[in-house]
Design a protein around this ligand. Structure first.
Ligand code: COA
Length: 148
């Protein structure tokens, strides 16, 4: 399957909202995604097949700390390496911008995502009790520190 990874722009917002709706129980709204376009700390990337948005990753960087807000791939495009490509691109970007580490939370039952992070070198460093709602669940914190 051919796809490209590119920075999010206004034309991708509808596609990202579609991904959110299909992948999460509490999806981000159109307005929420749009705000990230104008947030200078945000670095959102989209995976495109033809011109369709099939996956995306959101990163916010503050004071040298990169935080992955979300990563998702449409169900019919999974297990093709798209999330790994998005994650690698986000890690490369954060390193280039001199971040010290990249981090995120994940539901403790989310085995596909946990496998993705562990395969790509992120390590479990903690747990946030009842971090998630709908349904309520603890969040595991995964982090990758960059060498200076
Ligand atoms: N079971 C076990 N491991 C899985 C997996 C699954 N269902 N899906 C991905 N992985 C792991 C594997 O290690 C895989 O490497 P491999 O194919 O060589 O075995 C690696 O992740 C890379 O897989 P990739 O094809 O790049 O992942 P993907 O494009 O299918 O996307 C998610 C993975 C998690 C983003 C996708 O399942 C998704 O969108 N889930 C819903 C949204 C979500 O939960 N996001 C995470 C929020 S923290």
């Amino acid at each position: 399957m051919n796809y490209t990874v590119t920075e999010m722009s206004a034309e991708h917002i509808d596609g990202i909202v579609n991904i959110e709706n299909k992948c999460f129980s509490s999806p981000w709204t159109y307005e929420g995604i749009k705000e990230e376009l104008y947030n200078e700390n945000s670095h959102f990337l989209v995976a495109l097949s033809e011109s369709d948005s099939v996956g995306y990753i959101g990163v916010q960087e503050i004071c040298g700390e990169a935080y992955i807000t979300n990563i998702a791939v449409l169900p019919e495009y999974r297990r093709m390496g798209i999330a790994e490509c998005l994650l690698t691109s986000a890690v490369d970007g954060a390193k280039k911008r001199k971040c010290e580490f990249i981090t995120l939370e994940v539901r403790e039952s989310n085995l596909p995502a946990i496998c993705l992070y562990e395969k790509n070198g992120l390590l479990p460093v903690g747990k946030r009790k009842a971090f998630y709602s709908n349904p309520k669940e603890d969040g595991l914190i995964y982090t990758l520190r960059f060498n200076k």
